[in-house]
Design a binder for this molecule. Structure first.
Ligand code: ACO
Length: 331
């Protein structure tokens, strides 16, 4: 049954911290080279949050930009869903801290954690509150400080990650635009290929890490790579089929920005040109759940997205998790 209204993206905002970490700087930290990193990942630099800046600060700044872009005031926001796997605090949640910082006093607030898939999980969750009539305007903010959970003596991971925040406003729209379909999934029995312990760590997880480095991200890169290469194309096809659309109708795919080779593999499997695949990882690295909303904000500000354009967002991440969403741009 056709719904009378949908949840559309009506505003975007993002922040990449000013401080940068280049490949050549990494050459002086671990045994690596600019050539290896560019060839194997496509990354040239990443942005790093200064030590004395809470993640919530850039999350709040990106949120304010998105609210302004949507032509709203913080008091118009009825719900804040934040996604992060690198929060400043477990409690208060990132969403509550943002709520207080920006003065969104009418908003309920909670966090979701689906690692790099967090934004797609948050979008699909937020969409339900709009479609069932509970809310008219929701803020979704994804912010990550992966540099704070990175072991800078482990060359297999430290070259990959960066920090940043991206936000969107999800509003009730009745013009045929908005989220059309989304699919979410998880493969919990593969959880141990990518872990970031918090208050507890198993003996196996402690053993995998360098001594004294409990709260750092560890992953089996090639296992994650294999999963990502398969799931990015499968999840894209799933959402395309459930929306009854053809790839020719899609203007851009916004994939999670982990590795250029993963994006190239996905493009090949989907038989689409790389021109259709938006990418900024060259200068952001992998910023986990913030990567898709940062890309959306960039593309929107560059004028690449027009009202009525169909796009697909697709992500994979720790958990393992994956998700995709197809929407018609509302702005
Ligand atoms: N510099 C130089 N050499 C390196 C580096 C480095 N930074 N890192 C690894 N190597 C070496 C390895 O030691 C290995 O050497 P060896 O053969 O002598 O043992 C060689 O390069 C090849 O290593 P691989 O791990 O096989 O390299 P691969 O081509 O698979 O690339 C990478 C590794 C980039 C990590 C890749 O596997 C990858 O991108 N995986 C996906 C990771 C990902 O996307 N994670 C996202 C989820 S994150 C989240 O959810 C929070």
């Amino acid at each position: 049954m056709m719904k009378p209204f949908k949840a559309g993206i009506t505003g975007t905002g993002s922040i990449l911290p000013e401080k940068k970490l280049t490949n050549s700087q990494l050459e002086s930290i671990v045994e690596t080279s600019d050539e290896w990193i560019v060839k194997r990942t496509g990354i040239r630099e990443r942005h790093i949050l200064e030590d004395d800046v809470p993640l919530a600060k850039i999350a709040a700044e990106a949120s304010v930009k998105a609210i302004e872009d949507a032509g709203l005031n913080p008091v118009d926001i009825e719900l804040i869903i934040a996604s992060t796997c690198t929060p400043d605090y477990l409690t208060p949640s990132l969403a509550c801290t943002v709520q207080g910082e920006i003065g969104a006093k009418n908003a309920a607030a909670f966090d979701v954690n689906a690692a790099c898939t967090g934004f797609v999980y948050a979008l699909q969750t937020g969409r339900q509150f709009i479609e069932n009539g509970t809310c008219k305007n929701i803020l979704i903010v994804s912010a990550e400080a992966l540099s704070r959970a990175t072991d800078f003596t482990d060359r297999k991971t430290c070259v990959l990650f960066g920090d940043g925040a991206g936000a969107v406003i999800l509003s009730k729209v009745d013009d045929g635009t908005g989220v059309e379909e989304a699919c979410l999934g998880a493969v919990g029995d593969n959880a141990d290929v990518l872990t970031l312990p918090c208050l507890y760590a198993s003996d196996a997880d402690i053993e995998k890490r360098n001594e004294g480095k409990k709260q750092v991200l560890w992953m089996d890169g090639s296992e994650v790579f294999t999963f990502a290469s398969r799931i990015m194309s499968e999840a894209t096809k799933n959402v395309l089929d459930s929306a009854g659309n053809e790839m020719g109708q899609i203007k851009y795919i916004f994939p999670h920005q982990a590795n250029m080779r993963i994006l190239q593999n996905a493009a090949k499997r989907l038989d689409v040109s790389m021109d259709k695949i938006y990418s900024n990882l060259e200068y952001t690295g992998n910023i986990s759940s913030a990567s898709i909303p940062v890309c959306l904000d960039e593309a929107s500000k560059k004028g690449l997205l027009k009202k009525g354009d169909k796009i697909i967002m697709v992500a994979f991440g720790g958990g393992l998790t994956y998700g995709s969403a197809l929407l018609t741009w509302s702005k």
